[in-house]
Design a protein around this ligand. Structure first.
Ligand code: DON
Length: 317
């Protein structure tokens, strides 16, 4: 698809010229140090072709995008029992909000807000020690991306640990309701390591293939099933409804794809049956989602018709 290379090059050029780039996360030094001028984008199609633009090969902190991979592992470990401990509704609140937890008895609204991801991490620790759970996650994303060079940035994990007072409050509060079973420090240490995964747009788009392709890594021989197609569909539904916190409705309205953001400025988006897409621009909007990442996805969907709300047989085919 030469056309796709052309579209991505055009988007990258437009984004290079943008002045309003949002604000880079500054709650920890390693994120504050990243240049707001970075921009990368990668598209992996169902046919297996890879299309890159800008800084698509540069690793960045995937942060909350890791919540998608943690959810996938937890569903694999305990199946639908997970939903006894975490909901499936958009929160309409900030990613690190504590307000709903009191009235909702320590059950987080969904697995993509911090409280929900901390519960998901606790579920994974029901089966592993922290070191094993971190190793399991690293092996998982390496296998998904077909790339053994992916690492956890220990400096980011340490900085999260030093400053994560809100996350500690969330975890302790849920512990008081009986919805965290393990040791709070161990759960948080593991959660922070998940957030500190460093991946490039290329690696992330490759890792997202199973969500585009009904739970399989590739259609080629040798591709394997990661989760059932039903579960892949459901994770996509959660990404659409909850993947951008209190900005999820606007993301669905503008882009119309399942997507998950992180405060490192990355977004993983999925056009089911068509493409897995990763974009990175470190400047964030008021909800903590990549300002230009969202705009770039909006442009991509305008050019390709890949919105899930596009009648099929339309521009995207
Ligand atoms: O838990 C935190 O505060 C961060 N390590 C991750 C948050 C995040 O990426 C939220 N995303 N937009």
């Amino acid at each position: 698809m030469d056309n796709l290379d052309h579209i991505l090059a055009g988007i990258a050029a437009e984004m290079r010229g943008m002045e309003n780039r949002g604000k880079v996360a500054d709650y920890i030094q390693p994120l504050a140090a990243v240049s707001p001028h970075k921009f990368g984008m990668a598209v992996v199609t169902a046919g297996g072709s890879v299309h890159l633009a800008g800084d698509a090969e540069e690793a960045f902190s995937i942060q909350s995008i890791s919540k998608v991979f943690a959810l996938t592992l937890a569903i694999g470990a305990v199946g639908d029992q997970l939903w006894r401990r975490v909901g499936r509704e958009p929160s309409g609140s900030a990613f690190n909000s504590i307000v709903q937890l009191e009235s909702e008895h320590g059950i987080p609204r969904n697995p993509f807000i911090n409280a929900g991801a901390i519960v998901v991490t606790d579920v994974l620790l029901g089966h592993h020690q922290p070191r094993e759970a971190i190793g399991q996650m690293l092996r998982f994303v390496r296998e998904l991306a077909g790339d053994d060079t992916i690492t956890v940035d220990e400096a980011v994990a340490r900085a999260e640990q030093d400053t994560g007072f809100r996350n500690k409050a969330l975890a302790n509060y849920m512990r008081a309701f009986g919805n965290i079973h393990g040791d709070v420090e161990q759960v948080l240490g593991t959660y922070f390591h998940f957030c500190a995964l460093a991946m490039s747009c290329r690696q992330l788009a490759l890792a997202g293939r199973y969500l585009m392709d009904g739970g399989r890594t590739t259609r080629e021989k040798g591709g394997h099933r990661v989760i059932t197609d039903r579960r892949a569909r459901r994770i996509n539904a959660l990404m659409m409804s909850c993947g951008h916190y209190d900005n999820s409705g606007d993301f669905a309205y503008r882009i119309g794809l399942p997507g998950k953001s992180g405060v490192g400025g990355g977004i993983l988006a999925v056009a089911p049956g068509i493409a897995s897409i990763a974009v990175w621009s470190p400047g964030l909007n008021a909800s903590g989602n990549s300002q230009l990442g969202q705009l770039a996805l909006e442009r991509l969907v305008q050019h390709t018709g890949w919105s899930v709300f596009e009648p099929r047989g339309g521009a995207g085919g």
